[in-house]
Design a protein around this ligand. Structure first.
Ligand code: HEC
Ligand code: HEC
Length: 363
């Protein structure tokens, strides 16, 4: 094996650069070997200089909880019951779980969701597995944290179409709920805040759905289930494919908003995304970077669910994603969206695309 090892000490800081010979027949095996080491010894990613990236990392048993809503198993158990209970909707037929299904990484497998009276929403239901890591939930970041978000779907007319006073009345006249809430929060009537806190606490436990993935095992120091090709795909994700400019850290998301060229500006599926929250022209068509944990279970992909095939999705990234040009009438339109400059043509060949694709299977 032709491995070059370079150890240099710069002002007391130990840097090591491992290099494998790209021309050698065992190049991918050599790369894979480096990623079988602990994460701290992986080759550094190639990320643009102004990106404040974080290293990939294993996940705890539940996402970190805020001090005003500390974690307890009893609270998570109550939240789970609420999450699965259609009583939280006006019709008594739609639960949170109707659109966030456990075996689909808490997404729903549909392009856009159906809610009350089978009305369809306009966005794809995201996986909730990593939502506990997001300070600004929803595709456009309007949702705040899990506590702030929890009541939105209950009152959303195309989701559960209910109202808060009636919900509280329904819960307060249910003796089983009265008893369970009292055990968790102490005596007194059930409140909106308690309901939101219980739902949020349950959702923080969903990170555990990643526990048995080959990628999570790798991060915990057990690389056995990762093939050479998958580890080479991980390397490409961090280097040539540029994914790690936006998908990094334990959740594989920078929690920022980017335009990847899918706003359909001026067309039938137009969605202005983050602009609807900030009203800043540079936010037109920008969406929150989704976590990629369990991504192969959350098809169809993107805010509008228009991508149904992962090879196709990667082909788009390989071309640098769409970069729509303004029409004659649009040239002076200050809102005409601009695709992020972080996306560039990648020139990955068939083998590289296949390795990247096989890495996504491990997430
Ligand atoms: C009718 C389908 C539907 C129901 C019912 C529903 N959701 Fe959602 N949920 C969605 C869709 C669609 C989105 C994305 C909306 C957007 O980003 O604009 C979403 C987004 C979310 C998010 C943000 C995830 C993220 O990472 O951005 C959370 C958290 C969430 N839902 C929790 C819940 C909870 C809790 C309930 C029950 C109280 C619930 N949902 C009920 C469809 C639904
Ligand atoms: C400029 C930042 C950026 C880069 C670089 C980037 N992504 Fe994304 N990614 C996003 C954003 C933002 C979205 C959501 C876009 C939308 O819905 O319009 C997304 C969505 C996705 C999705 C869909 C996930 C879902 O749940 O719907 C996949 C898969 C994905 N990216 C994989 C990749 C891969 C693989 C790479 C590297 C080839 C990559 N991304 C590079 C920002 C980025």
């Amino acid at each position: 094996m032709k491995t070059l090892f370079l150890g240099l000490t710069l002002g007391g800081l130990a840097l090591s650069a491992n290099a494998c010979d790209e021309q050698a027949a065992d190049y991918t095996t050599c790369i894979a070997q480096q990623y079988r080491q602990p994460v701290a010894q992986w080759p550094a990613p190639q990320v643009d200089a102004d990106v404040q990236w974080q290293e990939m990392a294993a996940l705890p048993a539940h996402a970190p909880a805020p001090p005003e809503n500390t974690f307890s198993e009893a609270k998570a158990g109550l939240g789970k019951k609420l999450f699965n209970d259609p009583k939280l909707s006006r019709s008594g037929q739609i639960a949170c779980a109707s659109c966030h299904e456990a075996d689909m990484a808490f997404a729903d497998g549909r392009r856009v969701s159906f809610g009350h009276d089978r009305q369809s929403g306009r966005r794809n239901a995201p996986s909730l597995v990593m939502s506990g890591y997001s300070p600004a939930l929803f595709w456009d970041g309007r949702g705040g944290n899990l506590e702030q978000q929890a009541m939105h779907p209950i009152v959303d007319p195309v989701e559960m179409a209910f109202d808060i006073p009636q919900l509280l009345q329904r819960l307060n006249t249910d003796s089983a709920y009265r008893e369970e809430f009292a055990q968790v929060f102490g005596p007194g009537p059930i409140t909106t805040q308690q309901t939101a806190q219980a739902l949020a606490t349950f959702q923080r436990t969903l990170v555990s759905a990643t526990r048995n993935t080959a990628f999570e095992q790798l991060l915990r120091g057990r690389p056995q289930r990762m093939s050479d090709e998958q580890l080479y795909g991980l390397h490409l994700f961090r280097t040539k494919a540029r994914c790690m400019n936006c998908h990094f850290g334990p959740a594989l998301s920078d929690e920022q908003f980017h335009n990847v060229g899918l706003s359909y500006y001026g067309r039938k599926y137009e969605d202005l995304g983050r602009y609807e929250v900030t009203r800043k022209p540079e936010d037109v068509g920008a969406f929150r970077t989704p976590s990629l944990r369990l991504v192969m279970k959350t098809a169809p992909w993107m805010h509008n669910g228009l991508f149904v095939n992962m090879e196709g999705t990667l082909a788009f990234y390989n071309m640098g994603m769409p970069r729509p040009r303004p029409s004659a009438q649009q040239v002076n339109d200050p809102l005409f969206p601009r695709t992020s400059d972080r996306l560039k043509a990648l020139n990955m060949d068939k083998d590289e695309l296949r390795a990247l694709r096989s890495f996504l299977d491990t997430l």
